[in-house]
Design a protein. Structure first.
Length: 396
């Protein structure tokens, strides 16, 4: 569970509310048997609605990964409950997991996505669940869902030509970079003076690097699944992008070769884990030298590690705030899908910055007032909104 005793106490959470937030509202588990890529006999899939109070729809991405489990999908759906509430969006928290290789060829992912959309057709067309991309899925996979339902508002993160939002693809990375810029105040530095290490060079990591480099920060190290590259004068992100496009990895791009383990322990101002969960653990939190951790990924820091970082005075901007640019843009895409109106990329960026900064200020205020970490303050703020919503619906 994301909320702990201290949060329960600060919010004054009554037993029924705690019960409603402590387990998922709905779990759907099925197997795809026919729409499977070569080499697969069946593929397990999970759709979890953690808390639907602010929905329907429940909102949260589709993770495609060989090792995704029901437990992980549930944990990610719970994160979405609090992220959506923190951003004050009218969405419940949802998430999907498809247990297949994230590196499958696009044509094989298409087969799977058709099977997935077929199985949860009612959830999609009824407006119960509005998916988006997550690890291992992107606009192409969202386009398959649209192709199956022909409803623009039933999925976000689509290509622009079929009702996708200009700026949605890079929204999460744009938001992470905006949060880095804003958080520079903790270090009493300008963005241009910051050194940054980024784990992950997919959608979130790649765009975060691109925006940070554009804004003048020095991205000195980047790693992906295969390994990493480091240049203390700053990695050329455009060059790295081309290299990764050709080779499928950032590994081998000149500079100094580094491992993921080394990247997490680099002496930089800002560390941005933007790949998978659980990478900052009790085992390495004591070795993190960054002064600030901005969570681009969902749940990259374990509970134990979080405590260690806090004791060491390392500030952590939590996932539900730092990477919420994606769902903020998704909300815009969903609205535009319903109304049929269009948006310009710059408007998307402005909406992301203003929403994130407004909530950043709320979280910072709460953190100062209650003398708690930014993570706890974000959870307190989100929990209060969830309680208000549940009370308003007569659930409490
Ligand atoms: P992606 O599939 O586009 O990219 C994932 C990246 O992580 C790749 O560079 C991959 O090589 C790297 N990676 C995978 N396993 C790794 C490992 N064990 N060690 C190091 N690197 C590894 O995924 P994404 O959409 O960028 O998502 C990344 C994270 O951000 C996830 O935690 C996801 O839940 C979170 N997130 C994504 C979005 C979004 O809009 N896509 C929004 C919010 C949060």
């Amino acid at each position: 569970m994301l909320i702990d005793e201290e949060i329960v106490k600060i919010v004054g959470l009554e037993e029924k509310a705690l019960m409603l937030l402590s387990e998922p509202d709905r779990v759907i588990h099925f197997r795809i048997r026919e729409h499977v890529p070569p080499g697969y006999k069946m593929v397990h899939c999970y759709v979890v609605y953690h808390n639907v109070a602010r929905g329907p729809p429940c909102k949260g991405g589709i993770r495609m990964s060989s090792d995704v489990t029901l437990e992980e999908t549930t944990q990610l759906a719970e994160i979405m409950t609090f992220k959506n509430a923190l951003m004050d969006l009218p969405f419940g928290g949802g998430k999907s997991g498809i247990a297949a290789d994230s590196g499958l060829k696009p044509e094989h992912k298409r087969i799977l996505m058709e099977g997935f959309a077929h199985e949860i057709r009612y959830e999609l067309t009824s407006g119960n669940y509005v998916p988006a991309p997550d690890l291992g899925t992107g606009p192409r996979e969202m386009a398959v869902i649209f192709g199956e339902t022909h409803l623009r508002e039933c999925v976000t993160g689509k290509p622009v030509g079929i009702g996708g939002l200009p700026g949605r693809e890079e929204a999460t990375g744009y938001g992470v970079s905006a949060i880095v810029e804003r958080s520079a105040e903790f270090l009493k530095k300008d963005l241009q003076d910051l050194t940054v290490a980024v784990q992950g060079f997919g959608n979130v990591g790649g765009w975060t690097c691109a925006f940070l480099a554009k804004k003048g920060a020095k991205v000195v190290a980047v790693a992906d699944k295969e390994g990493g590259t480091m240049n203390k004068n700053g990695v050329d992100i455009e060059g790295l992008k081309n290299h990764a496009k050709q080779r499928g990895t950032v590994r081998g791009y000149g500079g100094k070769e580094i491992s993921n383990k080394e990247l997490l322990e680099l002496d930089v101002d800002v560390l941005i884990p933007a790949a998978v969960g659980g990478v900052i653990t009790a085992g390495n939190a004591g070795k993190v030298k960054a002064k600030l951790v901005i969570e681009g990924a969902n749940a990259p820091t374990t509970k134990e590690a979080d405590g260690i970082l806090e004791k060491r005075g390392i500030k952590v901007v939590p996932d539900i705030l730092a990477n919420a640019g994606g769902v903020v843009a998704s909300y815009e895409e969903w609205r535009k899908g319903k109304s049929g109106s269009r948006t310009k990329r710059e408007e998307t960026y402005a909406t992301i910055s203003s929403t994130l900064f407004e909530e950043f200020d709320q979280v910072l205020d709460c953190s100062t007032r209650e003398k708690i970490s930014l993570r706890k303050a974000a959870l307190v703020t989100a929990t209060r909104r969830l309680v208000d919503t549940m009370s308003g619906r007569g659930w409490l």
